[in-house]
Design a protein around this ligand. Structure first.
Ligand code: PMP
Length: 305
């Protein structure tokens, strides 16, 4: 991935992709304190536009605040950097990765006195869980790893170090032939996927875990709240048990990378009809209309680059 043409925004400068390097004694590399975002830009009838840019930047600043890191740029500068990266790399639709990290001035657990850095990269990235997964649904396995407890790591921060848990869960599930992992919280209730929020549907009502289950406050999750309201569907945030998923009529994951991906199986148990369910399909189609600029009600969520 490092060996490509293109530009990466690093600390206020556009740098050649191959030269966007950091020192091996970078604090974040050793201790994992850093924060990032995953953002998408879509090709719309009005040109390329970044979806919910301001909300992603707000979450990045909140993640940094939780981690006691002070980003040395304003939100406006970070928004401009993201737009510039998409333009500079001439991308029509893409994934964006802003990341803030602690520099290499000194090591030791305390990062006090170290410089805080920020970079933004962007590249073309199709359906995270596969085109086929978007249509047919994916196969998921309940992880043997527990999701973060809310007072061990900070679950509302999209923190670099939180992802070791996601990596372990995803590798375990994919090594066993599944597409993605579902993690339970420390009390055994459903939390989220390795990089996605989860929704289940039963008798026409949509359920999703409340954030006390340690799930990230997903921006796609919030988008689905709006879509459900528009479709006249009720969403209930509550504690969900693993077996409630087994007997759900439908289930789906949401995420910037995963978009709206149906789940057709959990732990080899077919959910509902074992394919993309009708309510999931409606929500997915409304989602792609919004990100594609085909729903004027949400035009304000699309920032032209
Ligand atoms: N949970 C986790 C652990 C994630 O990594 C993501 C992806 N950012 C999500 C949920 C979904 O969040 P969003 O919809 O904001 O991308």
């Amino acid at each position: 991935m490092a060996d490509r043409d293109g530009k990466i925004w690093m600390d206020g400068q556009m740098v050649d992709w191959r030269d966007a390097k950091i020192h091996v004694l970078t604090h974040t590399l050793h201790y994992g304190c850093g924060a990032f975002e995953g953002v998408r830009a879509y090709n719309t009838a009005n040109g390329t536009a970044i979806f919910r840019l301001e909300e992603h930047t707000d979450r990045l600043f909140n993640s940094a605040k939780i981690l006691r890191m002070k980003i040395p740029f304003t939100k406006e500068e970070v928004n401009e950097a993201q737009k510039a990266v998409v333009r500079e790399n001439k991308l029509e639709s893409c994934y964006l990765r802003p990341l803030t990290w602690i520099g290499s001035q000194k090591l030791g657990v305390s990062p006090k006195g170290n410089q805080i850095h920020l970079m933004v990269a962007a590249w073309a990235w199709g359906a995270y869980l596969g085109e086929e997964g978007l249509k047919r649904g994916i196969r998921v396995k309940t992880s043997s790893y527990t999701r973060h407890h809310v007072n061990i790591t900070m679950t509302q921060a999209k923190a670099v170090s939180n992802y070791t848990n996601s990596i372990l869960a995803n590798m375990e599930a994919t090594d066993d032939g599944y597409d993605e992992a579902l993690l339970l919280d420390s009390s055994g209730f459903v939390s989220e996927g390795a990089g996605e929020n989860i929704f289940v549907i039963k008798n026409g009502v949509i359920y999703t875990p409340d954030l006390s289950a340690g799930a990230l406050n997903g921006i796609t999750r919030n988008t689905v709240f709006h879509i459900a309201k528009d479709l006249g569907l009720e969403i209930v945030q509550k504690r969900i048990t693993r077996d409630e998923v087994y007997i759900a009529d439908e289930a789906f994951f949401t995420g910037t990378a995963a978009e709206v991906t149906p789940i057709r199986e959990l732990d080899r148990i077919e959910l509902g009809s074992g394919s993309r369910g009708p309510i999931t399909e409606k929500i997915q189609s409304a989602f792609f209309d919004i990100v594609g600029g085909r729903n004027p009600k949400y035009a304000h969520w699309l920032t032209k680059v």
